[in-house]
Design a protein around this ligand. Structure first.
Ligand code: NAD
Length: 289
């Protein structure tokens, strides 16, 4: 039976470290780091993520505010807001909650964020630094996964890491992090056009699922002793719950945990780690000024 990788416990360690560093910073006479979150429209999932981020910053002593705008705001107005936040010396990190309404070009908005304040690590300059291996902001979800592996003493050097999913938020930046010197995995990225995906998944020492489909990874896709990281967050109907649904990952947890050496749960796995890395990045943004 697989050992559970507890994202709540591991993310609490990181939050404690950030809290300590913020307190040292403030004792030295510097102001607390400050994050501004921009929320456009009324997507309930986005609103809930933003709330979680505001709570997490407050708990570690990072200041934050959330600027909420109606979905009808124009792209030009959003770009002007970003410009104002870029020029505000009291703001260290800027995070624009995605997705944006269809009439706003996400790329344009991301490109407008000053790279020094790009705590989501989505700006092309941040992505470039990641690919080259420069020291910079960490992509939140991928870095959260690496933190999990390292804090559980799971070796990565020379291990075959198979990532299912090639998004700009998870799959691609994770592939780059796993390749980085010091992490040194051999990486395969699978996607919707990959042939023989189950066969490739079965070769993984570290199998990461970032697809967005419940139970996509079945037990027969997991090698005996593999480490399984489930990034997916999927809602499935559940009449027994008050809200009518429950959250599951992309992995058939029951079946995979019979073969894996380690596995992450959903919820309580990768999710909490993502916010913890955002806090690390905001501290870094303040410290590098
Ligand atoms: P995405 O939709 O941008 O990307 C999904 C990827 O899965 C694509 O690259 C696609 O090629 C691949 N894919 C789709 N169908 C496939 C198939 N049949 N076979 C092989 N590959 C297939 O999604 P994303 O933003 O990367 O998110 C993936 C999942 O992770 C979602 O459930 C999302 O909610 C979750 N997520 C969780 C966190 C977290 O903090 N835990 C963060 C980001 C995303």
């Amino acid at each position: 039976m697989a050992q559970l990788i507890d994202g709540k416990v591991l993310s609490a360690q990181i939050r404690e470290e950030v809290k300590e560093a913020v307190s040292i910073r403030v004792k030295a006479g510097k102001r607390a780091p400050f994050l501004t979150v921009v929320l456009i429209g009324e997507d309930p999932a986005s609103a809930s993520y933003v709330k979680g981020k505001a709570k997490a910053t407050a708990e570690v002593g990072i200041g934050s505010d959330t600027l909420v705008y109606d979905a009808s705001i124009s792209e030009k107005e959003v770009l002007e807001i970003i410009e104002r936040l870029n020029n505000d010396p009291d703001i260290d990190g800027i995070l624009v909650q995605l997705p944006l309404p269809a009439h706003i070009d996400e790329r344009k908005v991301i490109n407008a964020i000053a790279p020094a304040k790009d705590v989501d690590c989505f700006h092309p300059e941040s992505v470039g630094n990641l690919v080259i291996g420069n020291d910079g902001f960490q992509p939140a979800t991928p870095a959260g996964i690496v933190e999990m592996l390292q804090r559980c003493n799971i070796p990565t050097a020379g291990k075959h890491c198979v990532i299912i999913g090639r998004s700009n938020i998870v799959g691609k930046p994770l592939a780059n992090l796993m390749l980085k010197k010091g992490i040194d995995a051999t990486v395969t990225v699978c996607h919707s056009r990959t042939k023989n995906l189950p066969e490739i998944a079965r070769q993984a020492d570290i199998l990461v699922a970032a697809i967005g489909r419940a139970n996509f990874v079945t037990g027969d896709m997991v090698k005996e002793g593999a480490v399984v990281i489930d990034v997916g967050i999927n809602r499935i109907d559940d009449a027994s719950r008050e809200r009518g649904y429950r959250l599951v990952g992309d992995v058939d947890f029951e079946a995979a945990s019979k073969k894996a050496s380690h596995i992450t749960p959903v919820p309580g796995g990768v999710g909490p780690m993502t916010i913890a890395v955002l806090l690390q990045n905001t501290l870094k943004a303040a410290d590098q000024k």
